[in-house]
Structures are given as structure tokens and as C-alpha cells.
Design a protein around this ligand. Structure first.
Ligand code: NAI
Length: 464
């Protein structure tokens, strides 16, 4: 059997990026992946396929609601669901194939199958045992359901995000449990496809933990698109017949019991680390109370030569957080200094409008007793946003009241997920609101709204 410097377990964004960086740093590297294609949840059944469906249904929405206003007359397109799913799979195929190409280019071996770790320095796949100096656990996460709710993606009635990406037909009525990222992205896909979508959420605000201004505006804009919300509702179970489901929930405010009928129920109540079958308990790898692999500041577990990154460890379950950790742990194993700045990890929701955040929220900073300035600018004052019917969001920039250093931001508006990075770069460099305000921004762009929010932290915006 071959001897490796590194064997990475899992070929999601954390694992495949880590493997490529290891290979670039001269380490002999293999990746164990049991799926038929590389790319993990993100490329196969997560970020990428959902973005294809969001793109297709965004165009449908534009055709139905905005084309006539722009002088584009004619019948709105009809939906060929089979073709839309095939387009989605094609996008997935191009991306997973791309990773296979990158593995060949970087001379990374793909060991096909599911790995166990019989001992430090060994990885077993099927009957084969591979020797390796280091192991990186990048095994990701799986949807976590609720007690009393059984997910069956094959039946297509009570589904998780994987099932929701491949429903046999567009449901008339969909109930989404959980107003988090998955629930809102996929809920808005089906709302645009004509489903009557009701989101049942335990908390009193959508996207828990996010900036309160964004939560309010985001909910209002989604309601305008037809999504209905039941807030403060604890789902206790789902009953199914052959073709339908009933979601049972209790309203927290008065303890009253309710039932919501649906053709399809999407359970989007979070994800949990996936470490089944790795043999971590037998190895004595320490875990957190929430079932995550415990690591130190260099992604090392308590067992020598075993590292862990991504959704399997503590922190936000985001592909780009896993990628950063993957690159950093490769540097560590190569004897360099890998680093991840956890204070500057953006979060994006790819609805329309998009929502993007970075750093701390106004509420968090106030709770810390920090003196802050808040600069807010509405896209109503941005010519470009108005031209695409997206004047309703805003950019909110938060800076230290004394030093003017940028501490956080939230954007709800067109291309927010791309615009947030200018703020991320400013934060990485310890930049101030004034640094952003003094940077020339091309006109007309959405990014001018970021500059205006930065100006609002100082002498004031121009277009408000
Ligand atoms: P989430 O943690 O974002 O949201 C789950 C929601 O379910 C919460 O609002 C919670 O209050 C609610 N909930 C929990 N139990 C409930 C109950 N019994 N009744 C009613 N509501 C209940 O989880 P989600 O959306 O499933 O996403 C999982 C992970 O995947 C997250 O970490 C997310 O960040 C990540 N993800 C990120 C994406 C992105 O960056 N665009 C896209 C998709 C997923």
C-alpha cells in the first residue's frame, strides 16, 4: 500500500481545497470520498444546485413581474421542471468534474469508498489499509431533523434540503420548518415556481442571530414575494398519508395547538457533524457536547497526527469557512503558519434580494458595551438598484465610535453577496469607515451604496 504524507477524509470544499494546498506544498496527498462524485454536500446537493434553481426561478420572477414594465411584452415562460432539474444537474456535473480535473493536475489520489481510522497513521477503506503521516477529517455535516419528524427523500413528502432539490413535481402547498438559510433559499425557489409556501419558525424573527433591521426588511420582502410566515411556533411532529402531510405545531405565546397541511414538508432545522463510522470514539478523539470534533487553534485533535476542519468542528457551517481551514491546516502540516481570521467570515443568503453580513451585529456590539457609529444607506438612493427594481434594501456599516475602525456590516440588496467583500478586505486590513468612504467607487454600481453607508459614518451621505 502507498504511503502518504496526508490523507484527507471527505472531498467537500474543506477537504478538496485542503488536499490541493497540501499537494501545492509538496505533500504526497490522497483524499477518501465515498460519493460517486467529488465536491461533497456543497457541490452535489447544497450550494451549487440550489444556486442553479435560484437563478432559473429568479429569471422566471423577472419575466412574470418586471418584463412588461421594461417594455418586454409577451407571454411569461412556462416551467419545464424536468428541464430545470437537468440544467441544475449539468451545473453540478461541470463543477464536480472540475474538481476531478484539479485532483489529476495536482497528482492527488482519489481513494473511492468510506474511511475508518483504525489507528493514528492509518486509514482503512474497504479491505485496504493506507499508511499516512497525517489525517485530516473533513467529513462535513448532515441535516438534523426534529424528534417526531421522519425524513424520507425517496417518497418526496417530508424532505430535507437534498430531497427538496429533486422533488418529482412542484408542490401546490409546501410547508418549510425553520426560517434559516436553507428554509428561505429553497422556500423562495418554490414560491417563485408557484407553490404556496408557509414557513413555520420557532423564534420570533427569521434568520436568528442576524441584524434586526435586516430580519425585518428581509421578512417583509419575502412576504411580498408570497411567502407566509408562522412565527414563534414550535413544531412537535409531522404526520403523513400516502400523498400529504400535516405539520403539528404549538404557538409559544398562548400554547395553542395548530396544524398546517402540505403536499411537501421541507425540514430545515439545522445540520449536525457527520463523523459516523470513522471510529473516533475507539481512537479516543475528544468531541464537544454538540458532537463536533474538538480541535486546538491549529486544527489538531487530541490524537497526534489527526486534524479536523469544516462542518465537523466548531464554528459556522459554511463552505468558505471550511475552505479557509483546509488551506490553513495544510500550511500547518507543511510546517508553515496557517491562520484563519474568524472575525471576518462573511455569511450570504442567495435569495433575491441577497443578504450578506460580516463581523458583529449592532446588538452584539451594544451588549458588549462598545461605543459604535452606524452608517445606513438605502438602495433607494442608488441609481443602479432602482433600475433593476431593487431599491428596497440597504447597506448598514458599523464602526468604532472613536477609532472609526469597521467592526461589522449587513447588506440586503442586489449582489449583496459580492459587495460584502470590499468590507471584508477593509476589516482584514483594520480599515476605517473613512478608508471606504475615500475610495473612488465606479458609477453607476451597487457598490456605491457601500461607500454612501461609509460616508454616513462620517460627514454624511450624498444621495440621502
Ligand atoms: P439554520 O440553523 O440556519 O436554521 C434553522 C432554523 O430552524 C432556525 O431558525 C431555528 O430556530 C428553526 N427551528 C429549529 N427547530 C424548530 C422547531 N422545532 N420548530 C420550528 N422551527 C425550528 O439551519 P438550516 O437553514 O437548516 O441550515 C443548516 C446549515 O447550513 C446552517 O449552518 C447554514 O448556515 C448552512 N447553509 C448555508 C448556506 C449559505 O451560506 N448560503 C446555504 C444553506 C445552508
Amino acid at each position: 500500500m502507498s504511503n502518504y504524507d496526508v490523507i484527507v477524509i471527505g472531498a467537500g470544499p474543506g477537504g478538496y481545497v485542503s488536499a490541493i494546498r497540501c499537494a501545492q506544498l509538496g505533500l504526497k496527498t490522497a483524499v477518501v470520498e465515498g460519493r460517486e462524485t467529488l465536491g461533497g454536500t456543497c457541490l452535489n446537493v447544497g450550494c451549487i444546485p440550489s444556486k442553479a434553481l435560484l437563478n432559473a426561478t429568479h429569471h422566471l420572477h423577472e419575466a412574470e413581474h418586471n418584463f412588461a414594465t421594461m417594455g418586454l411584452k409577451g407571454k411569461s415562460p412556462s416551467v419545464d421542471w424536468k428541464q430545470m432539474k437537468s440544467y441544475k444537474q449539468d451545473v453540478v456535473g461541470q463543477n464536480t468534474g472540475g474538481i476531478e480535473f484539479l485532483f489529476k493536475k495536482n497528482k492527488i489520489d482519489w481513494i473511492k469508498g468510506w474511511a475508518t481510522i483504525p489507528a493514528a497513521g492509518q486509514v482503512k477503506v474497504g479491505d485496504d489499509i493506507y499508511q499516512t503521516k497525517n489525517i485530516v477529517i473533513a467529513s462535513g455535516s448532515v441535516p438534523s431533523s426534529l424528534p417526531g419528524v421522519e425524513i424520507d427523500n425517496d417518497k418526496g413528502i417530508v424532505v430535507d434540503s437534498t430531497g427538496a432539490l429533486d422533488l418529482p413535481k412542484i408542490p401546490k402547498k409546501m410547508t418549510v420548518i425553520g426560517a434559516g438559510v436553507i428554509g428561505l433559499e429553497l422556500g423562495s425557489v418554490y414560491a417563485r415556481l408557484g407553490s404556496e409556501v408557509t414557513v413555520v419558525e420557532y423564534m420570533d424573527a427569521i434568520t436568528p442571530g442576524m441584524d434586526a433591521d435586516v430580519q425585518r426588511t428581509f421578512k417583509r420582502l419575502l412576504e411580498k414575494q408570497g411567502l407566509k410566515f408562522v412565527m414563534g411556533a414550535a413544531v412537535s411532529g409531522v404526520e403523513t398519508t400516502k400523498t400529504k402531510a400535516k405539520v403539528n405545531y404549538t404557538l409559544k405565546k398562548d400554547d395553542s395547538a395548530h396544524v398546517q397541511d402540505a403536499d411537501v414538508v421541507l425540514v430545515a432545522t439545522g445540520r449536525k457533524p457527520f463523523v459516523d463510522g470513522l471510529g473516533l470514539a475507539e481512537l479516543g478523539v475528544e468531541m464537544t457536547e454538540r458532537g463536533q470534533v474538538k480541535t486546538d487553534a491549529h486544527w489538531a485533535t487530541n490524537v497526534n497526527g489527526i486534524y479536523a476542519i469544516g462542518d465537523a468542528i466548531v464554528g459556522p457551517m459554511l463552505a468558505h469557512k471550511a475552505e479557509d481551514e483546509g488551506m490553513a491546516v495544510a500550511e500547518v502540516m507543511a510546517g508553515k503558519h496557517g491562520h484563519v481570521n474568524y472575525d471576518v467570515i462573511p455569511g450570504v443568503i442567495y435569495t433575491s434580494p441577497e443578504v450578506a453580513t460580516v463581523g458583529k451585529t449592532e446588538a452584539e456590539l451594544k451588549a458588549e458595551g462598545r461605543k459604535i457609529k452606524v452608517g445606513k444607506f438605502s438602495f433607494m438612493g442608488n441609481a443602479r438598484a432602482k433600475a433593476v427594481f431593487q431599491g428596497e434594501g440597504f447597506v448598514k456599516l458599523i464602526a468604532d465610535a472613536e477609532t472609526d475602525r469597521v467592526l461589522g456590516a449587513a447588506i440586503i440588496g442586489p449582489a449583496a453577496g459580492d459587495m460584502i467583500h470590499e468590507i471584508c478586505v477593509a476589516m482584514e486590513f483594520g480599515g476605517s469607515a473613512q478608508d471606504i468612504a475615500m475610495t473612488c467607487h465606479a458609477h453607476p454600481t451597487y457598490s456605491e451604496a457601500v461607500r454612501e453607508a461609509a460616508l454616513s459614518c462620517g460627514d454624511g451621505p450624498i444621495h440621502a
